[in-house]
Design a protein around this ligand. Sequence first.
Ligand SMILES: [Zn+2]
Length: 522
Amino acid sequence: MIKLIGILGKFLPNGWTRILDQERVNYQYITELTNLNQLGVIIIARGLQSQEASIIRNYLTNGGRVLTDFIRLKTLLSDFHYSPTKFRYIIPTLRSPLFLNVNSIDIGQQGLAVNDERPNLYSQTYGKGKIIALPFSLDLAFSNTRTQPKFFYYPSKTKLPYEQVACVSRGELRRLVVNCLRQLLFEQGCYYVHLWYYPNRFNTCFTFRVDTDFSPFPEIGSVLKLAEENKLSFTWFINTRAQAKDLAKFSSWQRSGQDIQLHCFQHNVFPDYARNYANLSRGKDALWAVGIKPIGFAGPFGEWNENLASGLEALDFKYSSEFGLGYDDLPFYPVVKGKKSNVLQIPIHPICVGRLLQAGFNFNEIFLYFKHYINSHYAMREPIMIYDHPHRINQMLQLFDTLFKWIKSMKDIWLTNFTQFMEWWKQRESVNYDTIIQNGQIEISTKDEDKTFFLHIIRPSGDETFIPLRNGSYSLDQLTWTKPPQPIILADGIERIRKGELMLRIKELVNTWHRRLKGQRH
Ligand SMILES: [Zn+2]
């Protein structure tokens, strides 16, 4: 039985294809509604004509599976009704496999509901088949590039840090959609196959980003010592104006294995193209003058906009990292002026020590906060990517040293930097492979054999295995199947992060203006 994932929609980047591309799961566009029975799941990513709807209903009656959203579902089932709610987020209430490793999901739009007050997934059988529908538009969510201040969860009754970040929690959305897709495949005995996220079967990866901001050079130097003592390669985003007289020193850092990239010339992101381009180009020139050729950028204050992205493209940057666009997610390409950008966005965890101090955390609580973040991301096998500034790292040298030593002791963790990770990610994107699972065998065919790549395969029981990406045929029974790591426990009292959001927005608005006027350290 060969079952494929088919997508019915325009040949444009949209929310669905972005997630499938991050996963590197194979899918095909459906151009004609024929031979549908070879499809394991149809993702409906556009509205249906009435004749198309009746063909798909027939496919469902015979055991087909559909994944879509409420808006498209209405064009499939005319008696389906929904209405908008005031909720712009979804809190998983069920301990269902659909919410595995999913916390509160910010959708950046009004959630839709059937009868309930709150938006929730639609998951219903239809004939011998099944439909799962999202209570919001995935395309709208992914095209949303607005920001808002958000609290980040920490298991304490009183304190929560916050940061101005992307409205939409894209990482949570991805995990939700992948869970839905897997569930639909598993229910009909199909396997879930994708290219593993990390090289050599690593469980996850770790990077540490330093934004040099306005620190005096000796302060930055003592952070280098910390990196060297721990044999780690940090990614340093340099404020070239503030560090103008010491720039040449960074070229020897680069030669010794540190990853030196651009933060800014002027510590700002501008609304218009001309000033962004000028700022990027001035910073880039300054680094070139000392023999450093930056290909990575991190926007001051984590800000991102399309004019910044166009400037990055024009100046040949390969990646950037702004939590105003994405945080706690796998890398992705933003859509800029209707087209997929070629500048890879590398999301990080946006909370730094300054934010924790501001929320009243003491030394021990700061440690526990990072421990909670690292443990949950390790369990989910999502990237562990944190950042900070030299003046704060210097205040907490012991804390960071302990964190690094602990991370290094974790099993199968890829200690890397942004540039290496970007190179890996782009290589992973360029690999093509095909799998056919039938008669108890999996057959792998690829022109891109590489011993660092692995296929991650989950079977309907939920057990998983990894196979190197090599041409060949494997008997499914003879592979070693293991249980995936325990899912993270849905955070108790997660809804607390919603309290006081309005006040937070007002407070952050005032802060942003203040900060912009001064262009000061973060
Ligand atoms: Zn900065």
